[in-house]
Design a protein around this ligand. Structure first.
Ligand code: NIG
Length: 408
């Protein structure tokens, strides 16, 4: 099979080149960098040329690439979902009912439900079964337009169970998968205090090095403190991991400031933040990952997206798909919520779900925009650009391609 392809008949190629060039900040509509009547060449999964369909260089045509017409559609980068908890067993539908009757996420956790109930189910489920369940979810995410999916562990909470989950993540196919270790998700039943649990995590941390390059922690009153996170981050960085944090989701804390001072790639949720936090995020290279789906399901105040965007922060959007705080994989709904509730423009949402999510994963030179040197991960659509993230419940994408090959 030929490993060089010429994609033609692209009505509009939404490259997002200038969003990436300006570090994903202060995005304007023209930064979508749209090329009309475009074509592009892909070799070994990477984009090697992009331009006008009338000007494909001879250097490429003489290689006799396999020609693929994209039918005069719009082409845009594949979505990057940079925060999910997709490997789990069981569901928490009953908690959804409880929250609708007035219980809070924290009340349910205190009563032994919440994350711990998914931990119990996940621990007793085999690798094979988890792999099966999770591949179905990955396939659904792909159908929704995601070509890159970050997946956290965090429903094991013992070395053995966390390794089991990370190995399941490693076995998932079709999408580009980015695994993240989330041992400090909540205090497991075997421990009575955070300091001892963090100590045990730190002594085992080097053992997961082969399975992931990212370490996450849930900094929250009901989980771990900013000072727990400080110790964790220091050790993780010393071992060469990238660090990220769930923070300021349900209450205000020093989590944002600690994570930024430690050089976190992303700080996720950031619902309860003040002006000093916003200044510090905007002046940093850390991406703020907003999760409006969880805010909807938890009836939580939405993150102050406009204040972040207008002060020059780099903002990404993620589904945060998990059985508790966000049980939906409807990425159109997540994007529509960002437009409706976070007051983001359509071009900010498109950038947040592609280029900026790539930054959050440290993969901005690989995914999120359609430029020479990056992976040929793209979507085709017949709708207008404002018609994306407009109609929850149905996908506007007619084709999903990864590394130049159609995967859905
Ligand atoms: O990102 N906040 C912590 N973790 C997840 C929820 C996980 C769960 O409820 O199972 C989140 O919202």
């Amino acid at each position: 099979m030929k490993n060089i392809f010429l994609f033609t008949d692209v009505a509009e190629l939404v490259t997002l080149e200038s969003v990436r060039n300006q570090d994903g900040r202060r995005i304007r509509e023209k930064d979508l960098s749209i090329l009309k009547n475009a074509a592009f060449v892909v070799r070994d999964g990477k984009i090697v040329w992009v331009g006008s369909s009338k000007k494909v260089p001879k250097d490429f045509t003489k290689l006799r690439p396999q020609k693929i017409s994209l039918g005069k559609q719009i082409v845009l980068p594949g979505l990057v979902d940079c925060h999910t908890h997709m490997v789990f067993a069981g569901d928490r539908a009953f908690e959804f009912e409880m929250r609708n009757q007035g219980a809070t996420y924290q009340d349910i956790a205190k009563a032994g439900g919440g994350i711990i109930s998914t931990v119990k189910e996940t621990r007793r489920t085999s690798h094979e079964r988890l792999l099966k369940l999770s591949q179905v979810r990955v396939n659904e995410h792909i159908r929704q337009g995601a070509t890159t999916i970050e997946i956290k562990s965090g429903y094991g909470l013992t070395l053995k169970d966390e390794v089991k989950i990370l190995k399941v993540i490693k076995g998932l196919k079709k999408a580009r998968i980015v695994p993240t270790y989330l041992g400090p998700h909540t205090l497991p039943p075997e421990f009575t205090n955070n300091v001892q649990y963090i100590d045990s995590i730190l002594s085992d941390l080097s053992k997961i090095k082969k399975l992931t390059r990212r370490c996450d922690i849930f900094i929250e009153d009901m989980a771990f403190s900013a000072s727990d996170s400080q110790r964790y981050f220091e050790k993780a960085k010393a071992l060469g991991f990238d660090i990220v944090a769930h923070t300021n989701q349900l209450t205000a804390s020093q989590g944002v400031l600690v994570a930024i001072a430690q050089g976190a790639r992303s700080i996720d949720h950031v619902n309860f933040i003040n002006e000093a936090d916003i200044r510090s995020i905007s002046n940093s290279s850390t991406t703020a990952v907003l999760t409006p789906g969880a805010d909807l399901f938890l009836k939580n105040p939405y993150a102050p997206a406009r204040r972040l965007l207008d002060s020059g922060a780099r903002v990404a959007i993620a589904s945060n798909f998990n059985p508790g705080s966000c049980p939906t994989q409807d990425l159109q709904m997540i994007g529509a919520l960002a437009r409706l509730e976070l007051k983001m423009t359509y071009f900010e949402v498109l950038s947040a779900f592609t280029v900026n999510a790539g930054f959050a994963l440290g993969l901005e030179d690989e995914v999120g925009s359609l430029q020479v040197g990056l992976s040929a991960d793209f979507l085709t659509t017949n709708t207008s650009l404002t018609g994306i993230f407009y109609q929850p419940g149905s996908s506007p994408f007619t084709g999903i391609w990864r590394d130049g090959l159609q995967i859905s």
